[in-house]
Design a protein around this ligand. Structure first.
Ligand SMILES: Cc1ncc(COP(=O)(O)O)c(C=O)c1O
Length: 408
């Protein structure tokens, strides 16, 4: 695997050339990433040249519609799924909410679902509320020390009543990468579908969802260098079976069945910029010349290689400090660069101190109250979260380590 050309990468993000951000090292990427130039360019072009009702027979409208289609076609190809299996909604939280309504109508009292206490609330609360309609909710629990989900524990929760298993590809506080393919196989063998929250994983390389195997995979484009959209892959066999949640006359379009809101035309079109960015990185680094999913895989591995190399020294610097607790694995290969630290005091003031050192980070519960509580962390005090991505430089990591030394 090649090495990521970090200067080239950073040149694709206008934020790094922005005078007001100079000297500021950004470590709250799990909350929302910087936006890449191809996305900003497309958004600007849409708002200046194509901001009309799309899919009508005049040029501005035709181009608007074509660009929205392009976004779905190219991103779906990168992720190894069919174009109409990808849809966009306002956010991942709203997407799970709509999906839960579809399952509410499809399931029967006495049926069961499995949720975890490792998930962000977005992939937990909407499913748990199905209990109001007589659905049995079973909780797959993390180990209180490591924060890990053990697939064997899931096997013990499954039987013929379980219709759906919801879990994260990677928690936004534990950071550990869950074996999606293995978990999916276990659920499928028991006759259940799976819904994977990929929000904390996708920023570290768009996955090949076709290869991974889940029935539903969700992520948020505003954390993957794009606009504020929730992206939702629903595989055809499940999507066509669940009751349509959109307008009745749109029920035959798979990609319209679970997005009752009117689509955000400009932002969906701008998501094609994410595909531009993947292609740009692939070509620059001498990756495959054709095949969107091969290019996506190549870029995924490039990003991951860079992140793992930068992450290990950060983990080494914090894992043995006796004034804090590192949540999740201390081996960079097993986790995303989303590093939550439980301190012996409230985390937000510490984030404020880091800001004095030019480090932008956050403190709080990050809507992960359940995993924090399950691990014995006081959610009120919260955790200090340091999260980065492939565009983070060694220099920024050094700045962070120095700031941590001074603050902790
Ligand atoms: C792991 C995870 N899942 C889901 C969400 C919710 O995503 P959205 O803001 O698109 O609703 C977040 C947001 O922070 C998240 O970190």
């Amino acid at each position: 695997m090649g090495t990521l050309d970090i200067d080239f990468v950073r040149a694709q993000f206008p934020a790094f050339a922005e005078p007001s951000l100079q000297g500021q090292a950004f470590f709250e990427n799990a909350g929302g990433s910087y936006t890449c130039k191809p996305v900003i360019d497309r958004l600007t072009r849409f708002y200046t040249q194509r901001k009309v009702q799309p899919y009508a027979p005049y040029d501005a409208s035709r181009l608007a519609g074509e660009e929205m289609d392009e976004a779905r076609t190219r991103l779906a190809a990168i992720m190894g799924v069919e174009t109409d299996e990808l849809s966009f909604g306002p956010s991942t939280t709203q997407n799970t909410y709509v999906l839960a309504q579809a399952f509410r109508q499809w399931m029967r009292p006495g049926d069961a679902i499995v949720v975890t206490n490792q998930d962000h609330e977005a992939n937990s609360g909407p499913w748990r509320r199905l209990a109001d309609d007589g659905i049995e909710v079973r909780e797959w629990q993390i180990d209180p020390d490591s924060g890990s989900l053990n697939p064997q524990d899931l096997e013990n929760l499954l039987d013929e009543k379980v219709r759906l298993v919801c879990f994260p590809h990677c928690s936004n506080v534990v950071g550990e990468i869950n074996p999606v393919t293995e978990i999916t196989a276990i659920a499928h063998a028991a006759g259940a579908f799976v819904c994977v929250d990929g929000v904390s994983y996708a920023p570290h390389g768009l996955p090949n969802i076709g290869d991974l195997g889940p029935d539903i995979y969700l992520f948020s484009a505003y954390k993957t260098y794009g606009p504020h959209q929730g992206c939702m892959v629903i595989r055809r066999s499940l999507g066509e079976m669940l009751p349509n949640q959109g307008h009745h006359f749109n029920g035959d379009s798979l990609y319209k069945r679970f997005t009752p809101a009117g689509p955000d035309h400009a932002q969906i079109a701008a998501c094609a910029g994410l595909a531009d960015y993947v292609e740009l990185l692939c070509v620059h680094h001498g990756g495959p010349e054709t095949g969107a999913s091969a290019q996506g895989g190549f870029v995924h591995d490039l990003m991951r290689g860079h992140e793992v190399a930068l992450l290990q020294p950060l983990l080494d610097a914090v894992k043995d400090r006796n004034t804090l607790r590192l949540l999740g694995p201390s081996d960079a290969n097993r986790r995303a660069p989303t590093v939550a630290l439980a301190l012996n005091r409230a985390a937000e003031p510490v984030a404020a101190e880091l800001a004095q050192h030019g480090v932008m980070a956050g403190g709080g519960d990050f809507y992960a109250v359940r995993p924090l509580t399950a691990m014995g962390v006081d959610a009120e005090q919260g955790v200090l979260r340091l999260s980065f991505t492939h565009y983070t430089s060694q220099q920024e990591i050094d700045q962070l380590l120095e700031a941590l030394d001074s603050v902790l």
